[in-house]
Design a protein around this ligand. Structure first.
Ligand code: AMP
Length: 601
């Protein structure tokens, strides 16, 4: 080992960076702080530093959570500070955050460590990892001991450790900020970003990408391969409004159209011994659909395979597809057996990325389809199915198939170029989604991110009155506001949002959020919901598409309404993009022009 690798990083250096990050609303500044931290970090622990900065211990797909109950955390604070539980709870009621509570309780501690020996990042990380992995009898006591041992550090260090443990460390470090910072720190130049992005798309693990880059250099990232049980970031589709437009976009390419099912996207990793299922957000969700994993193991005729598929709820009596919302019943910890009976699902395969050690993503779509047909040969109406597909040539073919798909309970069609490869993590016109028209004036619903809220009044006191929603500006990697929505919510929804948004509350506007609106509360941009609206108008206070149509005006939704769909299958970056909003606005203006009656002569 080189002496460089033997260097250690003091935990206080990470805490300095946390403090700087917490104080800024600027993305550029966040990137700069991260670059300077990465430059100070010994290469052998750089993966761990990346995870810590993003509030985790491992890549998401490993599903490792600290899982510490509030009560236990309060006991740990009591144990390490000697203050009684009641007094701590009292302070917690005022601060609303256990990290800040620790900061308050230990504020008299001086800034230099109480230990002669300084605490290293490595030791903090290993202790946190031990907490995450302690399970079974005696684990509560073990966790209590480990947490309180960490809380003997300085006040500011303990504050961040508690925030990390409780999942309230919200620094706004998105994946793309990390990629930018890595490119700058280790290649001196953001132009190498695509190589890093590609490595991330294949591995879904920024820690590994960082370590490879820091130790072996840029070239090693090009060699990173798809691996079983590590999810690949999914390929995404562009949207069009009509069958005609879809064909225009395909520019004479040969295409097929598949049913666009209204369920949950799943990436299936089948090995010799086990099957794991990952969500579109790359979380391990095998436990939601154990019977699906079992059927895959039994029915798919390859040893090692990575498949992409849509899980859809069905009516067991009629075999009809049911809407997405039905799947909510399957996201539970307990009573899975009953849920399997009561809310049956089927899995519909639409892509294959890997077979027995070989990456198939560079194969053209039509060949991948043949491979799926081979792997599912002989299956009929079982739990595992092939997505219905047809080769299409003309607009009429598409329109006819669309009507059939809608009749079968689908959302519409996915149109795919026969010669296209599978491009992990990329959105493009190799796949096009054609969704059914909704009855509202706007042709389509939008998936927007919740970024702020107003307190409720009257019947909604103690809940949120309205939510501030934003579209995603992929160029600037920002979320820009486009409406406040207050209708379409049932009491159940209101309660759900109140409970779930509480955990993402931050004290100021998030650095990636841009808006001219004043709100009572701000959130970390995390939750995506679907809204319909009557039209898009120019707005002086919303910032989505600002200056694209008229100077100093953004685009706002008129009469927005929550449709009842919480898109927790989508990351904020998968929400409707600002560019889409702009083109929807332009289309709307064109169609208004076309339908306006001719002036009387
Ligand atoms: P959207 O969620 O509206 O952006 O549409 C894209 C999603 O459609 C994908 O992420 C899949 O979950 C889903 N989908 C349904 N059927 C298919 C299909 N045949 N091919 C690809 N994606 C599909």
């Amino acid at each position: 080992m080189s002496c460089f690798n033997q260097r250690v990083l003091d935990f206080s250096i990470i805490v300095d960076t946390f403090e700087q990050m917490e104080r800024t609303s600027s993305r550029l500044a966040l990137t700069d702080y991260l670059v300077s931290l990465l430059r100070k970090t010994p290469t052998d622990i750089i993966d761990r530093v990346i995870y810590l900065i993003q509030g985790k211990l491992h890549p998401d797909y490993e599903g490792v959570e600290l899982g510490l109950a509030e009560k236990l955390a309060i006991r740990a604070i009591s144990l390490s500070t000697g203050l009684d539980v009641k007094s701590i709870e009292q302070i917690y009621r005022n601060t609303g955050d256990l990290g800040d509570t620790v900061g308050e309780v230990t504020k008299s501690k001086n800034q230099t460590t109480l230990f002669a020996e300084k605490m290293t990042v490595e030791r903090v990380y290993l202790t946190l990892d031990k907490i995450a992995h302690s399970a079974g009898a005696g684990s509560q006591d073990a966790k209590l001991r480990l947490v309180s041992s960490l809380l003997t550090l300085t006040s500011r260090e303990s504050r961040y450790i508690m925030k990390f443990i409780m999942g309230t460390l919200r620094l706004g470090i998105a994946d793309y900020t990390v990629i930018d910072a890595l490119a700058l720190a280790f290649t001196g130049d953001k132009s190498n970003r695509p190589i890093l992005e590609n490595a991330y798309n294949v591995s879904s693990d920024l820690g590994t990408v960082a370590k490879l880059l820091a130790i072996k250099g840029l070239e090693s990232l090009r060699l990173l391969e798809i691996t079983l049980y590590k999810p690949v970031r999914p390929m995404l589709a562009e949207r069009v409004r009509s069958a005609e437009e879809a064909l225009e976009r395909m520019e004479g390419q040969s295409i097929a159209a598949e049913y666009k099912l209204d369920g949950e996207r799943i990436q299936v990793h089948k090995g010799k011994e086990k099957v794991e299922l990952f969500s579109r957000r790359l979380e391990k969700i095998t436990h939601h659909y154990p019977e699906v994993a079992e059927s895959i193991q039994k029915l798919i005729k390859t040893n090692e395979t990575i498949l992409e598929a849509e899980v859809v709820a069905i009516n067991a009596q009629t075999d009809e597809f049911l809407p997405f919302q039905e799947l909510m019943h399957r996201r539970r910890k307990y009573g899975i057996k009953e849920a399997i009976e009561e809310y049956p699902v089927v899995i519909n395969i639409f892509d294959i990325l890997y077979i027995d050690g070989e990456d198939k993503t560079s194969f053209p779509y039509f060949q991948r389809r043949k491979l799926i047909e081979k792997a599912t040969k002989g299956l009929k109406n079982e739990k595992v199915r092939l997505v219905p597909q047809a080769i299409v040539k003309k607009t009429e073919d598409l329109e006819k198939l669309m009507a059939v798909a809608i009749e079968h309970g689908c959302e519409g069609l996915m149109i795919k170029q026969l010669l296209s490869s599978y491009r992990a993590g990329a959105r493009g016109f190799a796949w096009i989604k054609l969704k059914r028209e909704y009855r509202s004036t706007l042709a389509d619903t939008l998936d927007l991110i919740i970024v702020g809220a107003l307190y409720g009044r009257g019947r909604r006191v103690g809940k949120y009155g309205a939510l501030l929603l934003a579209a995603y500006d992929s160029e600037a990697d920002m979320f820009r506001s486009t409406c406040k929505v207050g209708t379409g919510f049932t009491d159940l929804h209101l309660e759900h949002f109140y409970k779930n948004l509480k955990d993402t509350r931050i004290s100021h506007r998030h650095p990636r959020v841009d808006t001219g609106m004043q709100m009572d509360l701000w959130f970390e941009p995390q939750i995506v919901i679907e809204v319909s609206a009557s039209e898009i108008t120019l707005s002086p206070s919303h910032t989505a598409g600002i200056n694209s149509i008229r100077e100093n005006y953004g685009l706002a939704l008129r009469f927005p309404k929550f449709t009842g769909k919480i898109r927790d299958d989508k990351n904020p970056e998968d929400a409707t993009k600002v560019e889409e909003l702009i083109s929807m606005y332009k289309r709307q203006m064109r169609s208004i022009k076309n339908t306006r009656p001719l002036p009387k002569s």
